[in-house]
Ligand binder design. Sequence first.
Ligand SMILES: [Zn+2]
Length: 256
Amino acid sequence: MLRREMPPADIATGWLLRLSNDGAAPAADGSLLGWSDAWPEDAMRLGYWNDAPVAVALESGDAQWPPLRDWLAQASAAESELLATALQVTRWQRDHRFCGRCGHSTRRLLHEFAMQCDNCGLRGYPRISPCIITLVTYGKEMLLARSPRFPPQRYSTLAGFIEPGESVEAAVRREVMEEVGVEVGRVSFFKSQSWPFPHSLMMGFFAEAASRRIRIDGEEIVDAAWFTPERLPQLPPVYSISRQLIETHRGAVAVR
Ligand SMILES: [Zn+2]
């Protein structure tokens, strides 16, 4: 697993994860990490992987490597964490080469994930965007919805970004009301998952509906309906927190 402790700046040997814009390179044995005796100069240190230093290199060009979502689909929990970390910090570094306050070039600090402006002193850290994702339930039934971006037939739980100044619980109630017009009663936390597309932190909740009538917004959501555990539509992939919410509810009502 990933130990979040930065290797010293003079270390340039260890595990290396090679990313392109959309994919990750398979190592010689087909796995995600290969051993490198000399990391590229611009490699970013991530920490330690099974007690050996690990870094990530973002390579330009159009390398046809397996897509990141495919890697995530078969990754262990520890590998998912490493991949999500690598993906987010490399993109953050790529996109924050200049100071957002004064416009000067920034430089990467080596002892932590931070970009420093030496002109005005502003220090920037990787952006993490907190989102709520919630399964609305009514007894056994689950409210699932379709976004226009989904593959055909796919339904999922509701999700949305938390707005500045808003509490997480309020965001759950607001998103459900906005997207499907349903008022929710009890809201309970399930678990969270990093979702590196591009830098979301999904916080999962169960929300008990106070009413069944659905009124969709027609923009973020093109269809929504109540589903029983016996008759479910096509669902998101098993590694997603959305699917885990659905399966957990399904398991809970089956044993009642
Ligand atoms: Zn500055």
